[in-house]
Design a protein around this ligand. Structure first.
Ligand code: FMN
Ligand code: SF4
Length: 433
């Protein structure tokens, strides 16, 4: 098989793709011209559907199908690009924003053309100040060159892009909370249905897509659905950027073919673990995902293979933990994050998050009991699937998975009134001093 050639990150780190002439010299905006000149909007939707592109924001929903849900009732339609990216362990959209903003703009314009939207919104996480500035500059340049605005590239299609900055709330990455935020309201998820396709931004038919999803679109238009669907598993194909962090020698963003085995990503891309270390757990899909373990290293990193293992690819935040990691502490960090970010609308998420954080906090501090452990073992059922949005469902998966796989580690926190690893590490540090 031919070696995998990067698609979305081609030239990054080598070329200055924030310079429009450099982007154009690499073939940039060729797909936009092709779509507007040679394809109807329906043809673009059909091509994207045939490619089997699945959304890269977390849920893996088929993009072409999402686009085809919009009703044909004459109301204005909106496209929203989700660049909120606050999932723990995920930092790929941040990189695309800062290093290849024209690819995002090209994807936005073609996708807006496909769904017949004349206004698009770019929602950028508040903390991404540098990325916001870079994107604004790129947008101005694209406007001056006729790639955004009235009658794009000499066609009949016009599109305005509005840039909206978030204010640092993780929940605003959830699509309906994001719509509320753009409308100037408090960022809280809406009850669904109605879905955004029917009643989205300002009550109009709306599509929300992730940055990386939109970046795939120009390549599908340029090189065809068949090329795209030949990369990785046919039902879940394409290039995928995985953000690798934690206990590997070369953390970073790696573009890989969808479906690459977890072990291959660690060894061939991320430089492996440090010598003498042993893998303990991996979060394959950001802070919301259940862990996989040493015995799962041949699992393909794609939506379906990970779902079959009881976890998810999510946003592609791949966090590696070696044998130095206290899993009680790792779980506590995540539970506290979700507790803090809960918008408070649902009782299981709001109250459950606080109780779980308190119980895991007690265990970590050496003040927990077997009763705490017994309750924690039942909470997956109570807290998952009982909330308005998936944030509440994200409190338990990692905790439950590591509690199931390493029960003795949690039990020792009770019997030894604290973390045995921390004690060992303190002794080792003392011996080395
Ligand atoms: C709490 C929460 C946070 C989310 N954060 C993001 C995010 O930062 N970026 C993103 O694209 N999707 C995020 N999502 C998923 C979005 O709701 C939505 O599914 C996605 O933007 C759709 O784009 P896609 O179909 O291209 O994947 C989040 C979902 C939840 C529940
Ligand atoms: S699950 Fe949590 S974050 Fe989501 S709507 Fe309910 S309270 Fe808000």
């Amino acid at each position: 098989m031919a070696p995998f050639e990067p698609v979305l990150t081609r030239g990054l780190g080598r070329l200055d793709l924030t310079d429009l002439s450099v982007y154009e010299a690499q073939g940039g905006f060729g797909a936009l011209r092709k779509a507007l000149r040679d394809m109807t909007p329906e043809a673009v939707v059909n091509e994207v559907s045939a490619s089997n592109l699945r959304g890269r924001g977390g849920a893996g929903f088929p993009t072409g199908r999402k686009w085809s849900f919009l009703p044909n009732d004459g109301r204005p339609r909106y496209l929203v690009c989700n660049c909120d990216e606050a999932e723990p362990g995920t930092f790929k959209d941040h990189m695309l924003l800062e290093q290849t903003p024209f690819q995002i703009i090209e994807g936005l314009v073609i996708s807006a053309y496909a769904i017949r939207a004349e206004r698009a919104f770019m929602y950028i996480r508040g903390e991404f100040l540098e990325g916001y500035r870079i994107f604004r500059r790129a947008l101005e340049t694209a406007r001056e060159r006729g790639y955004v605005g009235p009658r794009i590239a000499g066609s009949d299609f016009s599109l305005d892009i509005v840039v909206h900055r978030g204010a640092g709330a993780y929940i605003c990455g959830e699509e309906t909370a994001m719509l509320e935020s753009i409308e100037g309201k408090r960022g809280e998820p809406r009850l669904k249905p109605p879905f955004p396709a029917n009643a989205g931004l300002y009550g109009m038919p709306t599509v929300v897509n992730n940055v990386e999803t939109l970046c795939c679109v120009p390549h599908i238009v340029e090189r065809g659905a068949q090329w795209f669907s030949s990369i990785g598993p046919p039902k879940c194909p394409g290039p995928k950027i995985i953000s690798v962090s934690g206990h590997v020698r070369k953390p970073g963003n790696y573009e890989v073919p969808m479906g690459i085995p977890a072990g291959q990503l660690i060894e061939e891309y991320a430089g492996g673990l440090e010598p003498g270390r042993r893998l303990k757990a991996i979060q394959p899909g950001g802070g919301s995902s259940a862990a996989i373990f040493e015995e799962d290293l041949d699992t393909g990193l794609d939506f379906d293979s990970l779902a079959a293992k009881g976890t998810m690819l999510g946003s592609g935040g791949f966090v590696v933990m070696d044998d130095r990691t206290c899993l009680v502490r790792a779980a506590l960090t995540l539970v506290r994050f979700f507790e803090h970010e809960s918008c408070g609308q649902c009782t299981p998420c709001r109250e459950g998050g606080q109780w779980v954080a308190r119980m895991v906090g007690r265990l970590e501090a050496g003040e927990g009991s077997n009763a705490d452990l017994a309750i924690l073992r039942t909470l997956n059922r109570t807290l998952t699937g009982t909330n308005l949005c998936p944030l509440g469902d994200s409190i338990m998966p990692f905790l439950s998975s590591v509690l199931r796989r390493f029960p003795e580690e949690f039990e020792t926190h009770v019997t030894q009134a604290g973390c045995p690893l921390a004690a060992e590490q303190a002794v080792a540090a003392g011996a080395g001093a």
